[in-house]
Design a binder for this molecule. Structure first.
Ligand code: T4K
Length: 370
């Protein structure tokens, strides 16, 4: 049994020697960044793994999202969810666009298409849904709304690496999807991210936007930034990708144990992937309905901490309640998101988490409700 603190996640890492042999050629070539051989190889391997024709790598998921919004030349309102990490809305705002928050569905916490439809107006240019916790959004309904109103559909798929719905990769949904390869993600490149996209012309644009807008040595086409993934991060990705199926299987066993222990407890809601979804088991959100469970989310959070278990309140507070957006939004307009944010805890979940530790965590949680 683990007596060290248990954090909400723990980075997956390849064997040290494997990484060393992957980076050894960089000492020969001295080519460390700017879309080198590791970068090119990782792009190819990720296109294969994710089942898409086109993908561009980035220094992180957030820059990938900003770049794709920029490369699409959007202006106006973007309908999105307040139930996400800061990055989703920050990318919209930082690109001079106006976020409009629609509510989530109470069952899987993804953007509710009916709410999106209600909020579309003449200034709307795009929809930016999030496959939160890796739960796939209702792409059929959202794509239909986007098509009928002439909107771009860009997914924040930061949590949904490799997820498929009835065999269809989520990476192929919408006009574009952003993935995060941060250290805390199912697949990591230390820091990193990618955009998958349908329009093949976006490849050149994205590659220029992420490299100062440079087209060639004497021609700078856009006012771009620097968002390139370096060779050491790409090498980490090549190694981690080889071990990914085993890591996901270990995560599945951990998630399964949580479901078995918590699913039947009155007042705790743990979400299993819907039928037809091949999950990556990225997160384990548990929602505590205090009236039925007998303890609040904050009671459980504190009880776990006393035992050295550091769960997290992903995603509390709602983005619409952040200090930096004070006075701009009204969270009462997204009541389902408000309800879940006040009651959710994401429990520790990573490939190396021992099942005995899951049992210990569940014992602490169940005891809170008695
Ligand atoms: N969209 C969505 C929906 C996202 O969730 C995110 C990122 C993004 C966009 C943007 O993607 P990136 O630009 O990050 O690629 C963490 C991650 O930093 C962030 O990537 C992630 N979402 C978010 C949900 O979680 P924090 O502030 O909670 O991280 P931190 O430092 O508290 O770490 C959490 C736990 O992870 C630690 O308790 C232990 C573990 N950990 C952390 C680090 C840094 C490791 O095991 N290894 C590590 O290197 O944001």
């Amino acid at each position: 049994m683990n007596i060290d603190p248990i954090l909400v996640t723990r980075s997956s890492m390849p064997p040290f020697e494997e990484y060393v042999s992957e980076i050894a050629p960089l000492w020969e070539s001295r080519w460390l960044t700017n879309m080198g051989v590791k970068h090119q190889e990782l792009e190819r391997r990720l296109e294969e793994y994710l089942g898409v024709a086109d993908l561009a790598l980035f220094v992180n998921g957030h820059q990938a999202l900003e770049c794709v919004l920029e490369a699409m030349g959007l202006s106006g309102k973007v309908i999105t969810t307040p139930y996400s990490f800061a990055s989703t809305t920050h990318a919209i705002v930082r690109k001079g666009l106006t976020p409009v928050f629609a509510d989530i569905r109470p069952d899987d916490y993804t953007l509710d298409p009916a709410e999106v439809e209600r909020l579309v107006d003449g200034e709307t240019c795009a929809i930016l849904p999030v496959h939160v916790y890796g739960n796939p959004c209702d792409d059929d309904a959202l794509a239909d709304i986007a098509e009928r109103h002439g909107l771009r559909l860009i997914y924040d798929a930061a949590h949904a690496f490799g997820v498929r719905v009835n065999g269809r990769p989520v990476a192929s949904f919408g006009d574009a999807s952003m993935f995060s390869f941060h250290a805390t993600k199912v697949f990591n490149t230390i820091e990193g991210g990618a955009v998958c996209f349908k329009d093949p012309q976006l490849k050149t644009k994205l590659n220029r936007w992420k490299n100062f807008g440079i087209a060639d040595e004497e021609n700078v086409e856009f006012v771009g930034g620097n968002a390139k993934m370096n060779e050491f991060c790409a090498a980490m990705g090549l190694c981690n990708l080889r071990h990914l199926p085993g890591e996901i299987e270990k995560r599945r066993l951990v998630a399964q144990r949580y479901w078995e222990r918590l699913e039947a407890v009155d007042g705790i809601r743990v979400h299993r992937p819907a039928s037809g979804v091949s999950s990556n088991y990225a997160y384990l959100p548990a929602v505590f309905e205090e009236g039925r469970f007998g303890a609040t989310r904050d009671d459980v959070f504190a009880a776990l901490r006393r035992q050295g278990v550091f769960s997290r309140k992903y995603f509390y507070p709602l983005i619409s309640d952040f200090a930096c957006y004070q006075g701009r939004f009204d969270s009462d307009l997204t009541p389902h998101a408000q309800h879940v944010a006040a009651r959710v805890l994401t429990l520790p979940l990573y490939a190396d988490l021992a099942l005995e530790d899951v049992d210990r965590i569940c014992d602490v949680i169940v005891a809170c409700g008695r």
